[in-house]
Design a protein around this ligand. Structure first.
Ligand SMILES: [Mg+2]
Length: 258
């Protein structure tokens, strides 16, 4: 009887140990996957920061948090930025394809330029991915080279919209004195034709992008255009009224423009 009892107890202990190992193993696996333990997932707070930025919950920020420089750099240079952009432009195309156009050649799609049609990533990659304070001088030097490449997803959308018979209006916060360099840059990047290229005139000096862009869109409507779509990387490209029938927000964790 006694040895049997010993055997039973030994089995019980072994079983509970095995279960204990199993549970400990599961918890160990879950922690890195769920981020349940504080700060266990590198860069998690930067993911939250970017979500707040993209959803316009965080406004008026001047620079990317220093601890997020690597995160933003990896995001912008890696696949994710391009994949996120492709989701936006694919959705925009599906919507555009479904439209019944007016037929008078007055259906237009508004494209922002910087970080929408053209990418300044070569500049920002050298300036801390938005961690550094915005510098007008060095930024203008870059713009004036006219070498900004296209954001490939936007260029693809641009071509598809033209093939559908929708005209394109570029509406940019770049000042009028950058018209020539911007025209040449757009053409070199693959944007060969447009209905209008609207740059920021001196009458808007001191006005926000929201005021400037919504006023210019209202002018388009008054001139008989129908803004069927509007795409930009800043909420100030899209808000303020006369926004267009649908708006499309591209990702941009590099800077904020009000
Ligand atoms: Mg922009």
């Amino acid at each position: 009887m006694f040895p049997l009892l010993l055997l039973f107890l030994a089995t019980l202990v072994a079983t509970s140990q095995a279960q204990g190992d199993h549970i400990a193993h599961q918890i160990h696996l879950l922690r890195p996957q769920s981020g349940a333990r504080k700060d266990d997932v590198p860069g998690l707070s930067c993911v939250s920061w970017r979500l707040a930025v993209e959803t316009n919950n965080m406004v008026g920020w001047k620079t990317v948090p220093k601890e997020c420089e690597n995160y933003v750099g990896h995001y912008m240079l890696g696949d994710q930025y391009r994949k996120d952009s492709a989701v936006v432009t694919n959705e925009a195309y599906l919507y555009a394809k479904s439209l019944k156009l007016g037929g008078k050649g007055k259906d237009v799609w508004v494209f922002d330029i910087d970080e929408t049609s053209l990418s300044n990533l070569p500049y920002y990659a050298k300036h801390g991915f938005g961690v550094e304070q915005f510098n007008h001088t060095s930024s203008n030097e870059w713009v004036n080279t006219g070498k900004a490449p296209a954001l490939p997803e936007s260029l693809k959308l641009y071509k598809k919209l033209l093939s559908l018979g929708i005209k394109v209006v570029f509406l940019t916060g770049r000042p009028n004195d950058q018209r020539t360099v911007t025209t040449n840059n757009l053409k070199n990047a693959g944007y060969h034709s447009w209905e209008k290229l609207i740059l920021k005139g001196s009458s808007y000096s001191g006005k926000t992008a929201v005021v400037y862009k919504s006023t210019e869109r209202r002018k388009l409507e008054r001139n008989g255009y129908r803004v069927v779509g509007n795409i930009g990387d800043q909420w100030s490209d899209l808000l303020g009224g006369h926004s267009g029938n649908r708006i499309f927000k591209l990702p941009d964790p590099l800077y904020y423009i009000s």
